[in-house]
Design a protein around this ligand. Structure first.
Ligand SMILES: Cc1ncc(COP(=O)(O)O)c(C=O)c1O
Length: 378
């Protein structure tokens, strides 16, 4: 790749030859949804996570919505939610008429600060939605303790965390966990998601709500019986076939991302003004995104522009949800959650591509070492 070729942030790891036969088989069967590929995709994910049940959905957003709905979250309930996240997390709460209560990040981590969460519990708190940002696991033991102390339902927003794990096991396996298969994720189906469960009754209800709240096969009935008001959140067969092919290679995809991340970590360790977030002992990270934090004197947006001028795409890590107009009515002003706000302002996602050449990693590191000092705020 020459310096003139723009370096994107991520590229899906798709191989035509591994899906062609499946796509042909799906097209000739005429079964485009609700068929064997979705079933196999769900079974393979369940096995990988070590949970009994996986329900494939159209996105992580719809999976998060179902995860809250099946646990009985409804109008007026308060739901604690990681503030440093893609706002889909908060929107799933709002969709149910519930109230998102954003929780700050830890100062040294992107994941939520469980002490801040505990301080925000009220008599109306029903649930907590904990995000594993970029596949960096939250403290599962602390999360379980908080939920246990206050009788809270838990949802893991594992949108970015397929392949991540901590002492509690795979992310998204301890509690109902929502995964995303958007192209910015480690495994992609174009658009798509999944919801994992240990509990079979919750999984059955999620399946029913995924498909209009209907149940089939009741003795003496033709068609369905609609027992509650549901949605259409079903994943289709062709996307499931795409996902299945990548899932079979998941360990290889993860090892490749982890090796590239390690090279970044080694090379960036001495770069002035660039703060690294690295896995604590015992954690495995998916490195859905490789995200650094820039020192406060660095103008991140100016740096993004300078890197772009050199053909290197970068962007912010993710969002401080509370600081966006759509969440203003829940009572916080931009900056009220200072760690999450700083993470939004100073984080930078670097390119992490499949089988990324060492020379490309070095090119990004060299550009950062040269451009960060010049990007100091005036
Ligand atoms: C933490 C988090 N939650 C939820 C989502 C929403 O995922 P989807 O696009 O599959 O709905 C995203 C997407 O980027 C995310 O990063």
């Amino acid at each position: 790749v020459s310096d003139a070729t723009p370096l994107p942030i991520i590229r899906p790891d798709l191989r035509h030859e591994e899906v062609e036969a499946d796509i042909r088989a799906i097209l000739s069967s005429g079964i485009l949804t609700g068929g064997p590929y979705v079933a196999r995709f769900e079974a393979m994910l369940a096995e990988r996570l070590g949970v009994g049940h996986v329900v494939a959905t159209t996105s992580a957003t719809t999976a998060l919505h179902l995860a809250l709905a099946v646990q009985g979250v409804g109008p007026g309930d308060e739901v604690l939610v990681s503030d440093f996240t893609f706002p889909a997390s908060g929107n799933a709460i709002v969709e149910l008429g519930a109230v998102p209560v954003p929780v700050d990040s830890r100062p040294d981590r992107f994941a939520l600060d469980l002490d801040d969460a505990r301080a925000k519990v009220t008599g109306r708190t029903r649930a907590i939605m904990a995000v594993h940002p970029f596949g960096q696991p939250v403290d599962g033991a602390g999360l379980a303790a908080l939920a246990g102390d206050h009788g809270l339902a838990v949802v893991e927003d594992a949108a970015c965390a397929l392949g991540s794990s901590s002492a509690e096991g795979p992310c998204g396996s301890q509690f109902p966990g929502a995964f995303s298969f958007h192209p910015r994720k480690v495994v992609t189906t174009g658009e798509g998601g999944a919801l994992s469960f240990r509990d079979g009754d919750l999984a059955d209800r999620a399946r029913r709500l995924r498909s209009h709240g209907g149940i089939a096969g009741e003795p003496g009935t033709v068609g369905l019986r609609f027992v509650e008001n549901g949605y259409n959140y079903r994943l289709a067969e062709i996307p499931a076939a795409l996902g299945l092919a990548q899932l079979r290679r998941l360990d290889e995809i993860l090892a490749d991302r982890q090796a590239t991340a390690r090279r970044y970590e080694e090379r960036l360790a001495d770069v002035e003004g660039v703060e690294l977030r690295t896995p604590p002992e015992g954690d495995t990270w998916s490195y859905q995104s490789f995200v650094v934090v820039l020192a406060d004197h660095v103008d991140r947006d100016a740096l993004v522009a300078s890197l772009r001028a050199e053909g290197i795409e970068t962007t912010l890590g993710t969002y401080a949800m509370h600081a966006h107009p759509a969440f203003e009515r829940f009572g916080l002003r931009p900056g009220d959650l200072p760690n999450s706000f700083r993470a939004q302002q100073q984080s930078l996602t670097l390119p992490l591509l499949p089988r990324m050449d060492d020379a490309l990693v070095d090119r990004v590191v060299e550009a950062l070492a040269r451009l960060v000092p010049g990007a100091a705020r005036g």
